[in-house]
Design a binder for this molecule. Structure first.
Ligand code: FES
Ligand code: FES
Length: 190
């Protein structure tokens, strides 16, 4: 059987692994790279527990042969937190009690991340559509939809705060430049 070297950028870090043709991306992540966040549920593309981002798009990694994604960027749930600080989606799932046994949670969160990356203000229908391939056997879906709605709102607030801070900083820089120019003009007149 031909073994191929597969190079991936996983959560921003370059990785290389040896994969046989039957090695799935899920298997590569879990068993070759030790990233156990994506879960093996059905292994048939039906439950979504193995969802990761492949070049920004959500995929069921149990159906993706690793040898076909050489050179790709992969995002997993392990890459979301900043040290001990949870991402906005992770925080919303915790605060909204949107997880019970947790088996579906990494896949749900990655589907939510993909949605909010392209649509910062989704409707409930759009949220339902985004997680339509993710099955939860525990909580029911309302806390999950609610958590994604809350994460979207938190992300919009953070984005507005950043834009406002940038404007204030640009205004300060502009005032400083004007002041320096005025001062330079005064010196020139002396
Ligand atoms: S384990 Fe991949 S979809 Fe169920
Ligand atoms: S929290 Fe148990 S399967 Fe979703």
């Amino acid at each position: 059987m031909t073994v191929k070297i597969v190079n991936l950028k996983v959560n921003g870090v370059d990785k290389a692994l040896m994969a046989e043709p039957g090695t799935t991306l899920l298997l590569a992540l879990r068993e070759h790279l030790g990233l156990m966040g994506a879960k093996r549920g059905c292994a048939q593309g039906a439950c979504g527990s193995c969802t990761v981002l492949l070049d920004g798009d959500p995929v069921v990694s149990c159906l993706v042969p690793a040898v076909t994604v050489d050179g790709a960027e992969v995002g997993t749930v392990e890459g979301l937190a900043d040290g001990r600080k949870l991402s906005d989606v992770q925080r919303a799932f915790v605060d909204g009690f949107a997880t019970q046994c947790g088996f579906c949670t990494p896949g749900m969160i990655m589907s939510a991340e993909a949605l909010l990356d392209r649509n910062p203000d989704p409707t409930d229908d759009e949220i339902n559509e985004a997680i339509s391939g993710n099955v939860c056997r525990c909580t029911g879906y309302e806390p999950i939809v609610s958590a994604i709605r809350d994460a979207a709102a938190a992300r919009r607030r953070a984005s507005a705060d950043t834009a406002s801070a940038d404007t204030a900083s640009a205004d300060t820089a502009s005032a400083s430049t004007a002041s320096a120019n005025t001062g330079a003009g005064q010196e020139a007149q002396v």
